[in-house]
Design a protein around this ligand. Structure first.
Ligand code: M6R
Length: 617
């Protein structure tokens, strides 16, 4: 995780660095720091806290006319959250071991950290932090022979792990050096100077021109040039791309939080998700799969892989593929698959890698395993051009727009929509009949934006229910079939932003253990749309809870008077095709978690210990 920004410019360099870093706070916000030149001397400033705290601590720097600097916002991996462990880190000063003062910021983790640390200490280096990052500064400074780029390459030769790095050298105050392996890094090219950052969001205000740095590349940016080579010093040709989104879409607008904005954007994003993909004759067209028709036609088994919310969507994908496309489907947790020593894949399997960010390290690990075994893998990704989108090279973009809040919302609904479209596409590909229920499903996809908009309008009703339940420290979430993962997703939202011990369970499993938890102080949220195949069974589970004095909130279909009689509170959702119920049922759960967090005095956009993109293992 962590956010990196570096800028070489003419004016207001510090202001631009801090504004860019502020936009990257979704990547981490436990501590922050900057490296800037003061009278030709490289200085480092670090604070525990967020970018605003860093800005205050840099008060004296604004007027010094900086033309270059690097800044960082941290999500701790190695070492506590304290000033010494905050970035930037520097090499030894006035020591025979470090031949240059090197200061750097890092996103990633170093796997051979213990070994390198022991060796550096043995060689007499003085290490001032508990981080893995500091070692890189020492290794580069030790390798320095007057050529900074060679020093970066040689220093990194000893490093095993992932990194996105921005590096300053005391004796080269006109260039920022950089390197990438496994952690995102892009260059921004503008009239006002050039940037290096973990995400183009950092510089979108100044330019829409960017260059994505590939793994295994190092280089530098100056005011008006950049240079990229591989680890063998062979120049790498780069493509200048146009950033496909506007700065406006990255603003919070009238909303108090990004999470609220993104929940409210779902009607529009759902429309983007199927626009141009449902043809007037009812067929589904997915450009990213067209070249893979043969592979898909020959595939006997599909598997979804992802983490967190994306995994929950993948679990829904299993039901959609089995029931809509009539193919075998399963799912895998990305971190588990990445670590499997002896993975065994079914014959003629295809994987589908789900990710909002397209840079989740666990998923990249799983992808490496899948591709090592020669198994085809398709991406279902939000961020266009992201690492996972590029590594899979084929698949479907979900078109949910920029998602900035740590808690994923609109990405989930658009992932489920994309999975529904892919399931319909496979049904078509396999020549299965176009039954009446397929027409009804397609018709309801067209209605999704309007139905989701109704839910956005009903938010005050959900807020009123959240007020009644915000004091409970525990919550059970139950659902069956296609809505079992919906329950998991509702529980994940409440857990991550409201710090409520919310447990998602399959409703049928409840009687095998979790029911022991139930009493008057342990409420349950039950996902019970009337169209659900398991509706009657879910109602039985509700009765079992009520018999034990458990309070129940039901997410139920408009007009379902029966359920109103047997639960304490109801969150109403409009009727929709069974296969689309997760999309509608999840929206009020996102709103519920959002309001519980707010009522508990928490900032839903800044959950503790979390960051938006999990780029560490
Ligand atoms: O970017 P990805 O979809 O790959 O991220 C996966 C998870 O880290 C992510 O969904 C996480 O669980 C969210 N905080 C959930 O709201």
């Amino acid at each position: 995780m962590c956010g990196i920004v570096g800028h070489v410019g003419r004016t207001e360099v510090l202001r631009k660095l801090l504004a860019g870093l502020k936009r990257l706070e979704y990547r981490g916000y436990d501590s922050a720091g900057a490296a800037l030149f003061r009278n030709g001397v490289l200085e480092v400033k670090r604070v525990v806290g967020d970018v605003a705290t860093l800005a205050t601590s840099l008060a004296g720097f604004e007027d010094l006319g900086q033309t270059i600097g690097i800044v960082h916002t941290r999500w701790a991996t190695h070492g506590d959250v304290n000033e010494a462990n905050a970035h930037p880190h520097r090499s030894c000063v006035n020591s025979p071991h470090c031949k240059e003062v090197v200061v750097l910021v890092h996103n990633g983790t170093i796997d051979n950290f213990q070994e390198q640390r022991a060796e550096l200490l043995e060689r007499g280096h003085v290490l001032l932090s508990d981080t893995d990052t500091e070692l890189i500064a020492h290794l580069i400074a030790e390798a320095y022979d007057g050529d900074p780029l060679r020093a970066v390459r040689t220093g990194l030769d000893r490093v095993v792990g992932t990194y996105g790095l921005a590096v300053l050298f005391q004796n080269d105050p006109a260039r920022i050096y950089f390197a990438r392996n496994g952690s995102p890094l892009v260059l921004g090219l503008s009239e006002v100077g050039n940037f290096v950052a973990s995400d183009p969001l950092a510089f979108r205000e100044y330019t829409d021109k960017m260059v994505t740095i590939d793994d295994g590349c190092v280089g530098w940016v100056s005011l008006d040039r950049y240079h990229v080579v591989n680890m063998q010093d062979v120049p790498v040709a780069c493509t200048v791309e146009t950033i496909p989104w506007s700065l406006e879409s990255a603003e919070r607008g009238e909303h108090d939080h990004y999470m609220a904005k993104e929940i409210a954007e779902q009607p529009a994003m759902l429309r983007n998700g199927f626009r141009g993909r449902l043809l007037p004759n009812g067929e589904v067209k997915l450009g990213g799969l067209e070249a893979s028709g043969d592979i898909l036609a020959a595939t006997l088994s599909h598997s979804f892989v992802g983490a967190g919310t994306s995994l929950n969507a993948g679990m829904i994908g299993k039901v959609l593929f089995q029931e809509v496309a009539d193919v075998h489907a399963d799912w895998e947790n990305a971190s588990e698959l990445a670590n499997q020593k002896q993975p065994r894949f079914r014959d003629r399997t295809a994987f589908w890698a789900l990710s909002q960010s397209g840079e989740t390290m666990d998923l990249l690990g799983a992808l490496e395993t899948i591709q090592r075994y020669g198994v085809p893998c398709f991406g279902i990704v939000n961020k266009v051009g992201s690492l996972i989108a590029r590594k899979t090279g084929r698949g479907v973009y979900i078109h949910a727009g920029l998602e900035i809040a740590v808690a994923s919302t609109k990405a989930f609904t658009n992932q489920v929509l994309a999975l529904t479209l892919i399931a319909l596409y496979l049904r078509q590909l396999h020549g299965l009949p176009r039954d009446a229920w397929v027409d009804r499903l397609v018709a309801d996809i067209h209605r999704l934006p309007e139905l989701a908009a109704q839910l956005v309008d009903r938010e005050p009703d959900v807020r009123a229910i959240a007020e009644r339940y915000a004091g409970y420290p525990n919550f059970l979430y139950l659902g069956r079939g296609i809505n079992y993962p919906t329950a998991l997703e509702g529980a994940l939202k409440l857990k991550e932003i409201a710090y409520v011990n919310a447990i998602g369970y399959s409703a049928g499993e409840m009687k095998h253990g979790p029911i022991a938890l139930i009493d008057g102080g342990f409420p349950t949220m039950v996902i019970a749309p009337k169209q659900d195949d398991y509706y009657a069974q879910v109602l039985t589970n509700v009765q079992q809870i009520r018999a034990r004095h458990g309070r129940v909130v039901a997410v139920a279909t408009d007009g379902d008077e029966g359920i109103r009689q047997c639960v304490n509170d109801v969150i109403w959702v409009p009727p929709v095709d069974y296969f689309l119920t997760p999309i509608l049922a999840v929206i009020p759960q996102q709103q519920f978690a959002y309001h519980v967090a707010k009522i508990r005095g928490l900032n839903p956009d800044r959950p503790r210990n979390l960051a938006k993109s999990v780029t560490v293992r």
